[in-house]
Design a protein around this ligand. Structure first.
Ligand SMILES: Nc1ncnc2c1ncn2[C@@H]1O[C@H](COP(=O)(O)OP(=O)(O)O)[C@@H](O)[C@H]1O
Ligand SMILES: [Mg+2]
Length: 238
């Protein structure tokens, strides 16, 4: 089953075109990567797909719904962790989870989620006192509180040390194992290669190519997605 169908999506801010005709399909149960350099338009695609931004053109169906006109219904089934996610410094882990759960008619059991994501020992910790890795765990748990079937994760591992990054990769795989479809936005090609079933490589508001990491690596006659990206674009990721 196709859970996301985007065709010809366009979005401009003022004079600049951020998304210039993006089309992609995400199938149920997969980890789908949207990968590309900073400024490529990745976050804008996610914002248009979750109804946080109005698109200028193209069609978008997510779980069979239009994210703008059916936004309320959509957000009942979708979890979103945004790139600039933040919580009040003083809020405690369990307070944040309880508060998010209160926003849904049929939330997941937030205590069980807290346990499952290893947060129970830190339930009284204040947000500001958590390390980057623990904050990300909390953001993942918060994205799952509505018991979503589809989750968007935007640059979840940016700013994490290598150990915390690896741990987070395990958590993302665990999400897929629970049957959740994951859209993973990243500017790390190694991350997309390690985690994603399929990847769309986005640059300057367009999808350059999409397929499984193995297909893209073969297409670039390369040995890694990072080198394939270089072969396909002539550019380094940075
Ligand atoms: N709110 C905004 N106002 C104006 N320009 C924006 C805004 N958000 C993003 N942009 C611009 O749109 C382009 C794509 O941004 P974004 O979708 O955030 O890309 P990415 O997530 O791939 O880094 C960039 O050139 C960025 O500067
Ligand atoms: Mg972004």
């Amino acid at each position: 089953m196709t859970v996301i169908e985007i065709d010809g999506l366009r979005k401009s801010y003022g004079t600049g075109t951020a998304v210039d005709g993006v089309s992609l399909r995400v199938e149920r149960g997969e980890i789908f990567g949207i990968a590309g350099p900073n400024g490529a338009g990745k976050t804008t695609v996610v914002e248009c797909a979750t109804g946080l931004r109005r698109r200028d053109g193209g069609t978008v169906r997510v779980l069979g719904l239009d994210p703008r006109s059916d936004r309320r219904e959509l957000l009942r089934h979708v979890g979103v962790q945004l790139q600039e996610a933040a919580l009040p410094d003083a809020i405690r882990v369990d307070e944040a989870l309880r508060m998010y759960a209160s926003l849904y008619d049929e939330p997941a059991d937030w205590r069980a989620l807290m346990d499952e994501w290893g947060l129970t020992d830190r339930r009284r910790a204040r947000f500001a006192s958590l390390s980057g890795g623990w904050k990300q765990r909390l953001f993942i748990a918060l994205a799952l509180v509505g018991d979503p079937s589809l989750v968007f994760l935007d640059e979840l591992t940016t700013g994490l040390d290598p150990m915390a990054r690896r741990t987070t990769w395990g958590l993302i795989r665990a999400m897929r194992e629970r049957g959740v479809t994951v859209v993973l936005v990243t500017h790390f090609m190694d991350e997309a290669e390690a985690l994603c079933d399929r990847v769309a490589i986005v640059d300057r508001g367009r999808v350059l190519t999409q397929g499984s990491p193995a297909e893209l690596i073969a297409q670039g006659r390369s040995d890694s997605l990072e080198n394939a990206y270089f072969a396909l674009t002539g550019k380094d990721m940075s």
